[in-house]
Design a protein around this ligand. Structure first.
Ligand SMILES: [Zn+2]
Ligand SMILES: [Zn+2]
Length: 594
């Protein structure tokens, strides 16, 4: 060992080696009891004010999962003139804690009281807290400090700003910050994609990918998960398949997050074979199983949903409430009432999963579809959710399918008592009256809609054509190809008519079935008709058309699509607000029940 004649120097060497030994022990520390023992040792050796040691102890308590935030705050209080690193530890720990607002309190204190200035980490942890508690004003204020302290060119800080503005719904500002970044790493690109995706700007999210390709930026698992989520929402299967290929090239198919996102994308785009292929080649967690069960369930494949449910039990995965949702949905759509009822009971009795409103909704729907409307009414009575409009609305739908005026009126009476009647509900009841040839009932509903001025939700449809997602609204004239689309629609309508389609011109006065879109416009140019005409014009013969619609499909459009699928020999898959319709050869998978 090194010796010096100077006793002071000797002591310092000894102290340094002690401090280093303690720091090494601290690095390996993984629980609080052990940490406190080390801390005792630190005090015995008089090293409690050693900056690296006190920072290391504080950081463990504030950030580690086996730490303790209250203890970290206690320690922090006793630090004289805390350095930036100490502030960062406490802000970081609080930003990811259940009360992120406290991180902002510390940030404020740091700015006003401390001699230590904020750095990259201070800003990014504080922005994280602002994002989590949706504190837009504070985010703007932090942005100001970032500019003042010269951090506006820092890639980590800017990425934090993008996330924070995005999370607060200011997508345009997020994009502005992103565009102004002098350089962007993959984390920044991913943040921008996830901002768009989470805000429902799916076309924009997918466009970022083109931008990435132009800039020669590669992708990772996070990029793929973000993009796939947008593909799922807008039904962009072609793009999804392309991302699947990229995942495979990059060896990311065994990444469970990417795998789950792919399964979800395939299932939501109505391609269950694709979902199955991914499922068979990946490690599985509870989400994987749920995605398969829900995927098959919402497509009406009850038997398959049950099969995957049993496989999941065999694999030793505990079913959660989502698994049961998929299961019940499948049973409901396939008409497996007995099985559905059995699973519904097993949920709480055998698996200790408390049924939620969505599970009750499935049960009401299941009895309703099967024509057991009294049973459906009973289920609502037995549920804790009689004061929620959701279940009554499902009952109203079932009453429409079975043309049951009595139950339909009970449903609307309850909705009206809850102050929750919307245009769609009135349309449903009017349709029931029309089916029963009750002209007065129809007139009453029309008056109700007029009198209350009930707002309709604007209808729109999305279609993916060669990697681009196009959006249409009723009577849309905004598309650059608008002239061509209307011309094509004329031709398509003519051909469908030759195949037997009769345009239901009376629908807007409530004969036959109708949707909210019919209230919006008495014309026949509903958004999905425009999307279909566009799809037929722009894709080669035989290509399937995939359309996503935010409202229910109306009777007229449903008939139209059936005849188009036959006349043009195309598979047309429409995902509306509630379910999938696979149109093929003049028939629909929903068997006209929706
Ligand atoms: Zn329509
Ligand atoms: Zn259908």
């Amino acid at each position: 060992m090194f010796h010096s004649d100077n006793p002071l120097s000797n002591m310092m060497v000894l102290e340094t080696s002690k401090a280093n030994a303690i720091l090494t022990v601290l690095q390996g520390c993984n629980n609080l009891t052990r940490l406190k023992k080390i801390q005792a040792h630190v005090i015995v050796n008089g090293l409690q004010n050693h900056p690296a040691i006190s920072n290391s102890i504080l950081n463990f308590c504030a950030v580690s999962i086996s730490g303790s935030l209250p203890y970290a705050q206690h320690l922090f209080k006793h630090i004289l003139n805390p350095q930036t690193q100490a502030w960062n530890s406490i802000i970081r720990g609080l930003a990811q804690s259940p009360s992120p607002v406290q991180a902002i309190f510390y940030y404020n204190r740091m700015l006003f009281d401390s001699v230590s200035g904020p750095d990259t980490f201070t800003f990014s942890f504080t922005l994280k807290a602002c994002e989590r508690i949706k504190a837009l004003k504070k985010c703007e204020e932090v942005h100001g400090s970032i500019i003042r302290t010269g951090y506006e060119r820092d890639v980590v800080v800017c990425t934090g700003l993008v996330r924070c503005y995005g999370g607060n719904g200011c997508i345009e500002i997020a994009r502005m910050v992103f565009d102004n970044m002098p350089e962007r790493d993959l984390v920044a690109w991913n943040a921008m994609i996830s901002c768009y995706s989470q805000a429902g700007y799916h076309q924009e999210a997918l466009r970022i990918y083109d931008y990435m390709r132009n800039e020669n930026v590669g992708v990772d698992g996070f990029t793929l998960v973000g993009l796939l989520s947008s593909c799922s929402h807008v039904g962009a299967l072609n793009m999804g398949v392309k991302l699947h290929r990229i995942a495979s090239e990059k060896g990311l198919l065994r990444n469970v997050f990417v795998g789950n996102a792919l399964i979800d994308m395939y299932a939501k785009c109505g391609n269950l074979d694709g979902a199955l292929e991914v499922f068979n080649g990946m490690p599985r967690d509870a989400f994987t199983w749920n995605s398969m069960i829900v995927g098959f369930g919402v497509h009406g494949f009850g038997d398959e949903a049950i099969y995957f449910f049993n496989q999941m039990l065999e694999a030793g995965v505990r079913p959660n409430s989502i698994a049961f949702l998929g299961l019940l949905c499948g049973c409901s759509h396939q008409g497996l009432v007995e099985e559905g009822v059995e699973f519904f009971h097993q949920m709480s009795s055998k698996f200790n999963v408390k049924p939620g409103i969505k599970h009750y909704g499935c049960m009401v729907d299941m009895y309703g579809r099967a024509g057991k409307l009294e049973k459906a009414l009973e289920i609502i009575g037995d549920s804790p959710w009689q004061d929620d409009p959701v279940l009554w609305r499902i009952l109203l739908s079932s009453s429409k399918i079975h043309k049951n005026v009595v139950i339909g009126e009970i449903a609307i009476r309850n909705l009206s008592q809850l102050g929750a009647v919307n245009a769609g509900d009135c349309v449903l009841l009017a349709t029931i009256y029309a089916g029963a040839n009750d002209e007065q009932g129809v007139a009453r509903m029309r008056k109700l809609i007029k009198k209350q001025g009930i707002k309709t939700t604007p209808g729109w449809s999305w279609i993916e054509v060669s990697d681009q997602v196009h959006r249409f609204v009723v009577d849309d004239k905004s598309h650059p190809d608008s002239g061509m689309i209307y011309q094509k629609l004329g031709e398509v309508t003519h051909k469908a008519t030759m195949a037997g389609y009769v345009e239901d011109k009376s629908q807007f006065i409530f004969h036959g079935s109708c949707s909210e879109e019919c209230l919006e416009s008495s014309s026949t140019y509903h958004s999905e008709k425009l999307a279909i005409a566009f799809g037929l014009a722009k894709t080669p013969e035989g290509t399937s058309l995939r359309i996503v619609k935010n409202l229910r499909v109306c009777r007229d459009c449903h008939e139209f699509t059936k005849f188009v699928s036959r006349a043009f020999n195309r598979d047309i898959i429409v995902r509306d607000r509630l379910r999938f319709h696979h149109f093929k050869g003049g028939l629909c998978s929903c068997r006209d029940y929706w």
